[in-house]
Design a protein around this ligand. Structure first.
Ligand SMILES: [Zn+2]
Ligand SMILES: [Zn+2]
Length: 283
């Protein structure tokens, strides 16, 4: 009897221990998971990931805020003068950040990430912010600009969303959809969604942890090897994003993938709150 009891107790303890190990893992599931830069923390401390500032219309302030916020994480970044142009062409090994009046296409911001089809490491990325909406009263606020800038930069590091419902309680991270980025309107609880939270930082630790164990073969920025051809320009047109592979909580296609010259190009889209997911007109 005593032995049976001891064994039962041991098994119960083992199960409890197992659960305590499994639960944090299950919780930490918000990375996009398919790609990351082939850079260790040490690499980025010596040579931070460049965020190219191609911005006008006051956006540089929001990029500076996002840069400081994300530098709390293991992946260090630095804002540098942009090397891009009106098309927001990518630069190998860097993130180019652009804004323009991209038109009434229903998106506030997109992040496009080129990964090597061999190895899956990120080669380059661009962020585009749509002033067609950010010049309107609803979105032309520092909190909305901070939220979208922070979220799109987060996607270029390999992070996904923590939540995609605009009307539930804020989680206190820019990787959470909200109709009130400040948390002050009373509609979405009290937490502020303009910056990353600890969960985002933890997620980046788990995404980049293995890189300290890789040996050789890497040129640091841009991962292994070089592209055989110069990548094509990016495109702000939905028709060129490729196939939809994920939907947000509103059922709107939110992640697209296309193949291009040895790269897989992933496009993350943040639609406006008002968009219902279908085009009213073809243009
Ligand atoms: Zn890797
Ligand atoms: Zn997003």
């Amino acid at each position: 009897m005593t032995n049976t009891f001891k064994i039962t107790l041991r098994i119960s303890l083992a199960i409890l221990l197992g659960l305590s190990l499994v639960v944090p893992q299950a919780y930490a599931n918000h990375s996009w998971g398919k790609y990351h830069w082939d850079l260790s923390t040490a690499d980025t401390m010596a040579n931070p990931l460049n965020l190219g500032d191609n911005l006008t219309n006051g956006w540089s302030t929001n990029l500076s805020t996002a840069s400081v916020d994300w530098n709390v994480s293991v992946l260090k970044n630095e804002v540098v003068p942009g090397a891009s142009n009106a098309n927001c062409d990518p630069t190998l090994g860097e993130v180019e950040v652009c804004n323009a009046e991209y038109g009434s296409n229903n998106w506030l911001g997109i992040a496009q990430v080129w990964t090597y089809r061999r190895g899956g490491h990120i080669a380059q990325a661009v962020v585009q912010l749509n002033d067609t909406y950010f010049d309107t009263p609803t979105y032309n606020t520092t909190p909305w600009r901070n939220l979208v800038m922070c979220q799109e930069v987060g996607h270029t590091f390999g992070l996904g969303h923590q939540d995609e419902n605009f009307s539930n309680t804020n989680l206190g991270t820019c990787m959470d959809y909200t109709s009130d980025p400040t948390g002050l309107a009373g509609s979405n609880g009290t937490l502020n969604n303009e910056h990353p939270n600890q969960h985002d930082y933890d997620q980046l630790v788990s995404i980049y942890a293995h890189l300290n164990e890789t040996s050789g073969g890497s040129n640091g920025k841009g991962g292994k090897g070089k592209p055989s051809t110069t990548p094509n320009i990016t495109s702000s047109a939905q028709s060129e994003w490729g196939q939809a592979i994920a939907q947000d909580a509103q059922g709107r296609d939110s992640v697209f993938v296309r193949n291009e010259n040895g790269f897989e190009v992933t496009t993350h889209v943040l639609w406006t709150m008002e968009y219902e997911g279908h085009d009213e007109h073809n243009d």
